[in-house]
Write a protein that binds this ligand. Structure first.
Ligand code: ADP
Ligand code: MG
Length: 229
């Protein structure tokens, strides 16, 4: 009975999340579609045409960003708990983000303890790490270094993700994780940190942030270490 209740609660959460996401994606798509219709119907001045096209692109970009912050690894399954090799998972994420890093002239370096394992849902863990690392890269529009380190001691796995980017004020740090909080204008969703924090919480982890304006930011994320082999 308890078990069943638990399952239906999880399904409800999945459905709710699905509704929220489809709303986030549908809005910009509807806007884009509207401008496509305008382009089809009228003979429009080339200036207007350009403007509509750029609005269409903005809508498509923003739908794409929601998918990247929310759904990159998601499959419609209930969470599964697995032992995750942190180094392997992070290497996957780094591979995915290399094109973005290159675009920003960002060099990624990693220093991993190869036997660090954490327990959690693989897709969620990847989404969480992707969102944090991607923010680090995006904080360095003129290039820089992103260093990732993994250490294990005292039954804790510590993942540090450090950038040499624009940094944040105390006020900004306090707002992290608030849904739709973004300083990136049309280029941001403000969903990445919310997703990352909720995954960290679900995995019994903690996160600490230190940041200095124009110097950079470090995210220190700790999880209970479940296994070492
Ligand atoms: P988005 O990236 O779409 O703006 P997020 O939820 O991922 O949304 O991040 C929210 C905000 O937190 C960002 O807009 C940015 O202002 C700030 N932020 C997050 N990570 C960093 C970082 N490494 N360096 C500087 N600012 C950051
Ligand atoms: Mg982000």
């Amino acid at each position: 009975m308890r078990q069943q209740l638990f399952k239906s609660e999880k399904l409800a959460a999945v459905e709710q999340m699905g509704a929220a996401i489809s709303h986030e994606i549908r809005n910009p798509l509807t806007v884009s579609k509207g401008f496509v219709q305008l382009l089809e119907e009228e003979s429009i001045h080339p200036d207007k045409q350009k403007e509509y096209l750029s609005l269409i692109r903005e809508g498509l970009d923003s739908a794409e960003q929601v998918i990247q912050d929310y759904l990159t690894f998601s499959k419609p399954t209930i969470d599964s708990m697995e032992e995750l090799n942190v180094e392997q998972e992070l290497n996957q994420i780094i591979t995915i983000l290399i094109p973005t890093a290159n675009q920003h002239s960002v060099l990624i370096s990693g220093q991993f303890s190869p036997s660090a394992y954490v327990s959690g849902d693989r897709q969620k863990f990847r989404q969480c790490m992707l969102n944090v690392i991607k923010n680090g890269i995006e904080s360095m529009p003129h290039g820089g270094k992103l260093s990732i380190s993994v250490n294990q001691d005292n039954n804790l796995v510590t993942i540090e993700i450090k950038d040499t980017g624009i940094g944040m004020t105390k006020e900004q740090i306090n707002r992290l994780g608030e849904p739709y909080y973004s300083t990136k204008g049309a280029k941001g969703t403000g969903l990445g940190m919310m997703v990352a924090f909720s995954v960290i919480r679900a995995m019994n982890g903690t996160v600490q942030i230190t940041s200095e304006l124009k110097k950079g930011t470090a995210f220190t994320i700790q999880f209970p270490c479940t296994y070492s082999g």
